[in-house]
Write a protein that binds this ligand. Structure first.
Ligand SMILES: [Zn+2]
Length: 233
């Protein structure tokens, strides 16, 4: 049984964390954890018919519905899609959420992305984790260090991504599909990318490799993969 009480997923755009790690989040909430999905932008660009403003409104509604189905809550930072900076202003806002939520597990983007918002989300989050742990930085909430940090497998973040942990997601699969389907983006009608086909196929492919029906993979920071052995294994 998981001892994780709180999970914080931090994505560049609403939908990123749900599509790539929503099944992992659903596993945690099914085991009793609380979950917060923090979207640094709404991801409001690129809709073929709606303005950015209209689509942001739709994405925010979709995010709240998806988070609820995953057993969590959605929150946002007010940055524009394709315009997320990488700086201390963002890192401090993310730090404040980390300190308030006090997650045992943080899930975010891997740095190897061709999308600058994803890449900047990774670096802002890693900086926020560093700041969140420092008691000398005085904010509204005290210092906090999550026990685990994971990077999700996102189709845009695959440069040097290593699928390190394979998590059996069959028991939460239908819930994940329902959550992801709250987004029009998932259907493939917003962008040319076939999100639903990709992430459903990925779940099957990762499941094949792991001996599960379906799976998602996660990756840890390099330092988390180091172990110290006093005795031979
Ligand atoms: Zn994205």
């Amino acid at each position: 049984m998981s001892t994780v009480k709180r999970v914080l997923a931090i994505g560049g755009h609403a939908a990123d964390m749900e599509f790539s790690a929503g099944a992992a989040i659903a596993k945690y909430t099914a085991a009793g954890a609380e979950a917060v999905l923090l979207h640094l932008t709404a991801g409001e660009m690129g809709h073929p018919r709606l303005s950015g403003e209209e689509y942001a409104k739709q994405k925010i509604d979709e995010a709240h519905r998806a988070a609820k189905i995953l057993g969590g809550e959605a929150r946002f930072l007010p940055y524009p899609d394709a315009g997320l900076p990488r700086n201390d202003e963002v890192a401090y806002q993310v730090m404040d959420v980390i300190r308030e939520v006090r997650p045992d597990v943080v899930i975010t983007h891997w740095r190897g992305s061709f999308h600058s918002d994803h890449n900047n989300t990774h670096y802002n989050t890693m900086q926020a984790l560093f700041y969140a742990a420092l008691p000398s930085i005085k904010r509204a909430h005290p210092a906090h260090t999550p026990a685990q940090v994971f990077f999700a497998e996102n189709w845009e973040d695959m440069d040097d991504y290593v699928p390190e942990i394979y998590l059996d997601t069959e028991d939460v699969y239908d819930r994940w599909v329902e959550a992801a389907s709250q987004y029009e983006l998932f259907s493939g009608s917003v962008s040319g990318f076939r999100y639903r086909d990709y992430y459903e196929s990925l779940a099957v492919m990762r499941g094949c490799l792991a001996g599960f029906r379906r799976a998602v993979t996660l990756m840890r920071p390099a330092e988390a993969r180091i172990s110290y052995w006093k005795d031979l294994p």
